[in-house]
Design a protein around this ligand. Structure first.
Ligand code: NFS
Ligand code: SF4
Length: 642
């Protein structure tokens, strides 16, 4: 029998290593074991397998051996382009549904049917004004109604383009997209058209398919990411800097532990509220109280706005259960491994699904609706309390390590922090530091962890290399968690930074009553990649250049989800280079690869020529960081900077 990999090779997080060992000792399989057992298909991983109709599946060998087209005659480029498009459609649909859920929750709230309050009134006003809504003399509820009307229009309007695109796009990018005929009409239509276009016997021109993919990326960016963030800020308030704790050690042996996992903060927020309200009930069953911990992007939402601790990120989502001290894991949608239930069955943990379109067989289902949000959250917390008696103390083993991190760096918070250095011209200190080279540029670390890669290592290595070279890092999603676990979201992390950037971040931190700013600023969940776009847009407008001209880039070293490809497409279309450290499953087609990566430069069009951004596929994080730095230096030079 094949030896299982050493736990040290699976995750950089020693707490996770400890839990994988515990699981193995107890005969429980985790995602890391499953990844080891599962051979990756050489065809699928290059995107050359087509399953779009019942004549197939057809697969084409990129080496030129065997058939060079499917039964219908589709060639390798068409097949790869369609598969990539399909990934981006899936990612986009996820984000657009997220935005639409929040819009509906706001509608229900102001109609008096849902138990939420509007916490972000300033944001509401600024979004309303941006959408061209008259705000003078209007009540909050009226404004919410008008703003959500505009949001929901983006799922049904039959002419023009997305309201949120007009609200948030930078002018130069808008012009490019308009000239190329890429502006999307409404989110649902584009998703439907994308599916119709990508079906057997429809669009077979790989370049045209890639253009369709770019339009889909714009839907993802504006009707997904931006709309979700803006509406969530209206509902729950704009995040401010907070200090919180990271790693599995945040699970508390003396308390009832509930982990919240998924993406949409509507339920997660209510679970936190009810955990506070039901503390006395927890004490009645002999616990010290109720401890909420986060996993994945629900963790980010609660961390950014409520300072809730983060247990772990994607690849190790089973580990909180393996501690033996988790009474309930509550999930909503996206990135939830079905395997959680198999693991939960080995312990007393109750896995609770909450959405009618996202169930797991064997799990408990407590249906969540915004109207009955309180009832559902109360029922979930009571289930955890009642489950405490089933905890088996012989199975409890919680890793001890905990790290401290700062989060909550919304664009508004960053501008406010800079305003404490220069109240009249907040962006100036940052722009000056970039102009004089103290800060070379900025890179956004986004995306996931992936059980096939040593967890956290690639995210951390990339950031270490960047900050050493005075590149400022902003982070979102599960990659931000990687940084939090290893001290890079804390001012202490500045010891790894180049001297020049360390001085700048220390000065800005001091002006804000902190010892320093961390070398990596946590900007939120994956939909909050919109915040990164907002910051880039603000800088581009300030300098009167395009986003494509800024010395900035993005990177997802350990991604796993199609959502990341959708986000990446949006950023490439906006003129930002995006590094991916995981095979994006397009390498089977030279044409598609070259258009996206601009690697040969002899194709009639590349995304770099059209938009000023490209994909950089590189598995080695240090080499990837160097490539990003090279591009940053190139963009600096073009701006006339040293
Ligand atoms: Ni983003 Fe967030 Fe995490 Fe990846 Fe999944 S939780 S939406 S997809 S794994 S970062
Ligand atoms: Fe094969 Fe063409 Fe059908 Fe794809 S669409 S499975 S390539 S016949």
């Amino acid at each position: 029998m094949k030896e299982r990999p050493d736990v040290n090779d699976l995750s950089m997080d020693t707490g996770v290593q400890q839990m994988i060992t515990k699981a193995r000792d107890e005969g429980i399989e985790t995602a890391f074991d499953r990844a080891d057992k599962m051979k990756q298909c050489g065809f699928g991983s290059q995107g050359v397998c087509c399953r779009l109709c019942l004549e197939g599946p057809c697969r084409i060998s990129p080496t030129g051996n065997g058939p060079q087209s499917g039964v219908c005659g589709a060639n390798i480029d068409t097949i790869v382009a369609r598969n990539f498009f399909n990934n981006v459609i899936q990612g986009t649909a996820s984000h657009a549904e997220h935005a639409r859920e929040i819009a509906h929750a706001l509608v229900e709230t102001v109609a008096g049917h849902a138990p939420y309050t509007i916490a972000g009134v300033d944001k509401l006003k600024s979004i309303a004004q941006g959408l061209g809504i008259e705000t003078e003399g209007k009540e909050v509820n009226q404004l919410v109604k008008e703003v959500t009307d505009k949001a929901l229009e983006d799922f049904q309007k039959q002419e023009g383009t997305l309201n949120w695109l007009k609200l948030k796009a930078d002018q130069k990018s808008y012009q490019t997209w308009e000239n190329l005929g890429l502006l999307p009409e409404n989110a649902h239509a584009e998703i439907a058209k994308g599916m119709a276009r990508n079906v057997m016997g429809a669009d077979a021109d790989p370049a045209n398919l890639l253009m369709g993919t770019v339009s889909m990326g714009l839907v993802d960016g504006f009707a997904g990411l931006h709309m979700s963030t803006d509406l969530q800020d209206i509902m729950f308030g704009v995040p401010k800097a907070v200090k919180a704790q990271y790693r599995l050690g945040v699970i508390n042996k003396e308390k009832i532990n509930i982990s919240v996992h998924g993406h949409i903060p509507l339920l997660a927020d209510k679970v936190v509220e009810w955990a506070r309200k039901l503390e006395d009930e927890a004490k009645k069953v002999g616990a010290d109280g109720i401890n909420i911990v986060g996993v994945c992007c629900s963790a980010n939402e609660l961390l950014m706005r409520k300072g809730v601790s983060v247990a772990t990120n994607y690849a190790s989502q089973e580990m909180p259960i393996i501690t033996g001290a988790l009474e309930a894991m509550v999930v909503d949608i996206q990135c939830i491994m079905p395997g959680l239930q198999q693991v939960a069955e080995c312990y007393h943990t109750e896995l609770i699904t909450t959405l009618p379109y996202s169930k797991i067989s064997g799990a408990t289902h407590v249906e969540f609706t915004t109207e009955k949000a309180d009832e559902a959250a109360k029922e979930i917390v009571m289930k955890a309390i009642n489950n405490y008696k089933n905890r088996d103390s012989n199975k409890v083993n919680i890793p001890e390590e905990v790290t401290e991190a700062y989060a909550g760096f919304s664009t508004e918070q960053i501008v406010e922090a800079l305003a404490n250095v220069n109240p009249d011209d907040p962006l100036k200190p940052l722009v000056d530091a970039i102009a004089n080279g103290d800060i070379l540029g900025a890179v956004a670390i986004v995306g996931c962890t992936n059980p096939r890669k040593r967890q956290d290592q690639y995210n951390v290595d990339l950031v270490m290399e960047l900050i050493k070279n005075n590149v400022l890092v902003v982070a979102t999603g599960c990659s931000a968690h990687s940084l939090g676990k290893f001290g890079l979201l804390s001012p202490d992390g500045l010891k790894y930074s180049g001297k020049e950037m360390r001085e700048v971040l220390t000065a800005v931190g001091k002006a804000n009553g902190l010892p320093a700013l961390p070398p990596a600023l946590h900007m939120g969940s994956c939909v909050d990649n919109s915040r990164i776009a907002d910051l880039l847009t603000a800088l581009a407008n300030y300098l009167d250049v395009g986003i494509k001209d800024l010395p900035a880039a993005g990177s997802c070293p350990e991604t796993h989800h199609p959502k990341a490809l959708a986000i990446g497409t949006y950023f490439v279309a906006s003129g930002v280079d995006v590094h991916v450290g995981v095979n994006p499953q397009v390498t089977g087609s030279e044409l598609v690869t070259n258009v996206l990566t601009a690697s040969k430069g002899d194709f009639p069009i590349t995304t770099d020529e059209l938009f000023g951004g490209k994909i950089i596929y590189e598995e080695d994080s240090v080499i990837a960081a160097q490539k990003l730095i090279e591009r940053i230096k190139m963009k600096r030079k073009a701006l006339g900077l040293k």
